[in-house]
Design a protein around this ligand. Structure first.
Ligand code: UDP
Ligand code: MG
Length: 138
């Protein structure tokens, strides 16, 4: 058990659909502190860096195009076991399999447009927070 920081992205579909308030609200109600918040248009270069682990996958091009297709709301969240708790709250990657009550299970239907990103490990969280919050956190 440890207090951790993790990166959440409300993806372009979430911003377009007006779901950021709902998503932020769930994390605040759960007890997370917001240590950083930034609305930005992700460049192709940043999208490629962020999703570097998927570089060899057939969907990489579409993934990078999608994440750079409109503004995202980047959040740095802090709290007990933040990395795994946020992942649990997000639900399974494919919304068709995401449990009701999870963010994807309540708000999404399609794999490519699954409304939210969350870091999947301590190493990912450190790397991704540095990418989206290069000036550090509050
Ligand atoms: N994705 C996709 N096709 C796939 C697998 C994943 O379009 O076959 C997208 C999906 O939007 C997912 C993102 O790629 O959120 C990153 O995939 P990952 O396996 O890291 O899932 P996540 O960590 O987002 O749950
Ligand atoms: Mg992932």
């Amino acid at each position: 058990m440890a207090v951790e920081r993790t990166l959440v992205l409300c993806k372009p579909d979430a911003v377009r659909r007006g779901l950021c308030g709902e998503i932020v609200s769930r994390f605040e109600q759960r007890g997370f502190q917001i240590r950083g918040a930034r609305l930005l248009k992700v460049s192709k270069a940043l999208g490629q860096q962020h999703y570097a682990e998927h570089k060899a996958r057939p969907f990489f091009g579409e993934l990078v195009s999608f994440i750079s297709s409109g503004p995202v709301l980047a959040l740095a969240l802090e709290g007990e076991s933040a990395i795994s708790v946020v992942r649990t709250m997000m639900g399974a990657t494919n919304p068709a399999d995401s449990a009701p009550g999870t963010i994807r299970g309540d708000l999404a239907l399609e794999l490519a447009e699954n409304v939210i990103h969350g870091s999947d490990s301590k190493a990912s969280a450190k790397r991704e927070l540095a990418l989206f919050f290069p000036d550090g956190l509050v």
